[in-house]
Design a protein around this ligand. Structure first.
Ligand SMILES: Cc1cc2nc3c(=O)[nH]c(=O)nc-3n(C[C@H](O)[C@H](O)[C@H](O)COP(=O)(O)OP(=O)(O)OC[C@H]3O[C@@H](n4cnc5c(N)ncnc54)[C@H](O)[C@@H]3O)c2cc1C
Length: 288
């Protein structure tokens, strides 16, 4: 799975299917069969928020690459619909090109629309919850249905879908309601967001923020204050630029190294501040 995750880590999937058709006509029967047979199914978008174990993932793994965006104008607003495999950055660019504001925050956030809808991805004061109107979800229990945004229980990097233990669903499409604006002004705001990111966040293979920010504080500040900037396990390092980013800096790195660094940082922050950092990323596969 290393080639399908942003951290460039993770062992083999038993079965891998790369979805490319944005109507998902090929994927739906495959998912139905797998769910009926009780085969474990894992959906990966950009793999930008998941750490996959070195032992890999059992059952069927879907890599969602199906891309499609369209919009309908409605006066000063437009409703934009994207297939869940669409890159979030591509969606942000589409909105800029069509003079639609509200997705400027997403211009440098890796991953797909599906992952962003699950995680309530956000940056620079914006997030999915601010403009998503509804999402079309295929359910293992049978059929598909539109979820209105208010049913998704959105909060900071949280949704009802992320909290669901069964994971037996597949987001097909998402709709966003956006207002009209001058494309040049939108472009300007995107450039500002990109500049800020370049100044404050490290390059290299990572998963973005590892921990959620605790209320009223920043996980990166706590990790740094615990003296852990630059700490290493094997080839994985707490970034010297931003302490909530862990960088896989070498070919020899393993998911175990990455995980051990997470555990070490969590322990040290707990010792120093009596506070347990909550993971923002998700662990896939088996961990002990
Ligand atoms: C350098 C870097 C910077 C980042 N900066 C930010 C940031 O500023 N803000 C932010 O919020 N995040 C950030 N992230 C994290 C990441 O970009 C987001 O969490 C993103 O939304 C993940 O999308 P994905 O498609 O990669 O999801 P994945 O990691 O592939 O999956 C995440 C979860 O969503 C589920 N999922 C994905 N697609 C579907 C689907 N179609 N149906 C059902 N379930 C699905 C997966 O099963 C998994 O549980 C950053 C990551 C990196 C590497």
């Amino acid at each position: 799975m290393a080639r399908y995750t942003a951290a460039r880590l993770g062992g083999p999937a038993d079965y891998l299917y790369i979805a490319k058709d944005p109507s998902y006509s090929d994927l739906i029967p495959l998912l139905d069969q797998a769910w009926k047979r009780q085969t474990p199914v894992t959906v990966i978008g950009g793999g930008a928020n998941v750490l996959v174990a070195d032992a890999g993932i059992r059952g069927l793994t879907i890599i969602n690459r199906a891309t499609d965006i369209s919009h309908e104008d409605d006066g000063d607003e437009a409703f934009v619909t994207a297939s869940s495999g669409t890159s979030l950055i591509r969606l942000a660019r589409y909105c800029q090109e069509h003079g639609l504001k509200g997705m400027e925050w997403a211009i440098a956030v890796p991953g797909t629309v599906g992952g962003a809808v699950v995680n309530n991805a956000g940056a620079h004061g914006g997030d999915v919850a601010s403009s998503l109107t509804r999402a079309l979800v295929l359910e293992a229990a049978g059929g598909e249905r539109w979820y209105d945004a208010d049913e998704l229980d959105y909060a900071y990097r949280h949704s009802q879908l992320k909290a669901r233990a069964d994971k037996r669903f597949f987001i097909k499409h998402a709709c966003f309601q956006l207002e009209r604006d001058n494309p040049e002004l939108i472009q300007k705001r995107m450039e500002q967001n990109n500049d800020y990111r370049r100044r404050t966040q490290p390059a290299g293979a990572s998963l973005g923020s590892i921990f959620k920010n605790p209320l009223g504080d920043f996980a990166g500040r706590l990790v740094e204050a615990a003296g852990l900037k630059g700490a290493r396990v094997g080839s994985v390092q707490v970034s010297p630029v931003h302490a909530n980013f862990f960088i896989n800096s070498g070919d020899a790195a393993s998911a175990r190294d990455y995980y051990q660094l997470i555990c070490l940082v969590r322990e040290r922050v707990k010792e120093a501040f009596d506070l347990t950092l909550e993971l923002e990323i998700q662990l896939l596969g088996e961990w002990d």
